[in-house]
Write a protein that binds this ligand. Structure first.
Ligand code: MF3
Ligand code: CO
Ligand code: CO
Length: 258
């Protein structure tokens, strides 16, 4: 069942989305060679707390970290630890926060210091695919229109779409219906309606689409070891263009700089 949000719930989703966006931006700005991924997770935890929120991921299915940090060939759900970021790495940061019972979910891949042109293109195409997907999130369309737009952009640029993980509805739970694949899966696809809140999140690989899960039980990596990028926004479907709830420049005054 897809849970449509009423005005009060949408107001709460806006707050959660803005906090998630702010935390993601704070952590992204902190990324630098020499830091460990644990340093980043601790900083994220401090920022989440400073904004009066809590992590939506810590403890979710026993996930042990505050945010997901995935480096280079790690696709999603990377675990913070002693790995030190090096110049030329890319790092995918995925932030989920709970504010007043509602969740904002947003992700971005950033370069550590700098990256070569092919890797920069991977990140650019993934972000563009997210934008293409969001543009399709209008009433009258179906979820598959989002999926198709993402897949078309990614494959048109010579990259591949991860199949095993998908976007999703989001609200009081991290993962609500509907699933939002980043490729056309041929299944009957729900119509989009105002009041739906959706996390759209292409995961894009430079090489093959295939992934595997490491023995830590969480970290998803590309099978060929080539890099992967991930961008995600939580959006609200409206009568017109979607509202990006995890948009940074909608941050309310009253949230102090971190
Ligand atoms: N951030 C993921 C998503 O966008 C969910 C992470 S669940 C966790 O859907 F347990 F790994 F944190
Ligand atoms: Co996420
Ligand atoms: Co998500």
């Amino acid at each position: 069942m897809i849970i449509l949000k009423n005005d009060r719930e949408i107001a709460a989703m806006r707050v959660a989305g803005r906090v998630a966006a702010r935390v993601l931006d704070d952590v992204a700005k902190k990324v630098a060679p020499g830091l460990t991924t644990r340093d980043l997770d601790e900083y994220a935890a401090a920022q989440i707390k400073a904004y009066g929120a809590r992590s939506a991921f810590l403890g979710y299915r026993k996930y042990p970290c505050h945010i997901c940090i995935s480096v280079n060939e790690e696709v999603v759900h990377g675990l913070a630890g002693g790995r030190r970021l090096a110049f030329g790495d890319i790092v995918s940061l995925d932030v989920g926060v709970v504010c007043d019972g509602f969740i904002g979910d947003t992700a971005r891949t950033v370069a550590v210091g700098g990256s070569d042109m092919r890797v920069q293109k991977l990140m650019d195409v993934t972000e563009r695919a997210l934008n293409d997907g969001m543009a399709q999130a209008v009433p009258g369309n179906r979820v598959v229109d989002i999926s198709r737009a993402i897949q078309t952009r990614v494959e048109g640029q010579g990259f591949s779409v991860v199949r095993e993980f998908v976007g999703h509805g989001v609200g009081r739970s991290v993962h609500e219906e509907p699933q939002i694949p980043n490729y056309v899966d041929g299944k009957l696809s729900p119509r989009l309606r105002p009041g739906m809140t959706l996390a759209i999140e292409p995961m894009v690989n430079a090489g093959v689409a295939a992934v595997k899960i490491l023995s830590d039980g969480w970290t998803v990596v590309t099978q060929d070891g080539k890099p992967s990028a991930h961008f995600e926004h939580t959006i609200l479907v409206t009568d017109a263009a979607p509202e990006i709830l995890t948009c940074l420049d909608q941050t309310p005054s009253g949230l102090k700089d971190g």
